[in-house]
Design a protein around this ligand. Structure first.
Ligand code: ADP
Ligand code: MG
Length: 244
């Protein structure tokens, strides 16, 4: 068995008196697609953000993409190069063109030359199906296109692990499918992914494993066919009853 690419052990996170994560243990193997589900406010985003240290855990350890994230000596820039993240609100640089959104991080963070960065950006844009928009600003694109550009930008850095935090929740319903399509292809290509989502059909079809987070712990997990269709805990039953 190879080492897991993500190993979270005894993870706690509190904001002041509010204890959000109360002891989370998860290991994820390379190539695995894990969907993280749970009620609003249960700490899904917090857990995801603890993986790349956008939030600092109160207690516990996180290893991800070969980096000991909770080690005070971690090279956080090197770690974040290996861990891509896509947010609900796209977070593109609004003043930059679509092409520059993908070129500049490669140049600044990876030190790539311009020609190489541009060629790679064009490949990534083509792969997510956004072409002919290189000179446009993000606001000129649909939400679905913007989110696909955000995915292309993350992939241009050559990550080993991708984190998605409700990537389709801000989209009009008719644009959700095009983003899920890109994510599904990425999963098929073998990318390791942690996806916070309310898209239960996506979880059913694409996830290798579903984690149900509630009351600060992963209270149920397993293959989607088990967790989503035959949940064991009352909490998961109640949640799924409401969302399905
Ligand atoms: P989810 O993504 O499952 O909806 P979050 O991880 O965003 O949940 O939030 C979990 C809880 O932590 C919520 O009660 C939220 O208000 C709180 N929280 C999240 N981030 C912060 C923060 N930076 N400061 C204080 N409270 C926070
Ligand atoms: Mg959230």
């Amino acid at each position: 068995m190879s080492e897991p690419i993500v190993k979270i052990a005894g993870l706690h996170k509190a904001f002041g008196d509010l204890e959000v994560l109360k002891g989370v243990d998860v290991s994820i193997r390379e190539g695995e697609v894990v969907c993280l589900i749970g009620p609003s406010g249960s700490g899904k985003s917090t857990l995801l953000r603890c993986v790349n240290m956008l939030e600092e855990p109160t207690q516990g350890t996180v290893e991800a993409a070969g980096h000991s994230m909770t080690d005070p000596d971690v090279d956080i820039d090197a770690a974040r190069r290996d861990i891509g993240m896509v947010f609900q609100q796209f977070n593109l640089f609004s003043h930059l063109s679509i092409l520059d959104n993908i070129v500049l991080p490669q140049r600044r963070v990876l030190g790539r030359g311009k020609a190489e960065a541009v060629a790679n950006a064009r490949r990534q844009l083509e792969a997510v199906g956004v072409e002919g928009k290189e000179k446009a600003k993000p606001a000129q694109l649909s939400g679905g296109q913007q989110q696909r550009v955000a995915i292309a930008r993350a992939l241009a850095m050559g990550p080993r692990l991708m984190l998605f935090d409700e990537p389709t929740s801000a989209l009009d319903p008719e644009l959700v499918g095009e983003v899920l399509h890109v994510m599904r292809r990425l999963a098929d290509e073998g990318m390791t992914m942690i996806v916070v989502t309310h898209e239960m059909d996506f979880a059913k079809e694409v996830a290798d494993r579903v984690l149900f987070l509630s009351d600060g712990v992963i209270c149920e997990q397993g293959p989607p066919a088990d967790v989503l269709t035959d949940p064991k805990t009352e909490r998961a039953k109640g949640f799924l009853h409401r969302v399905l």
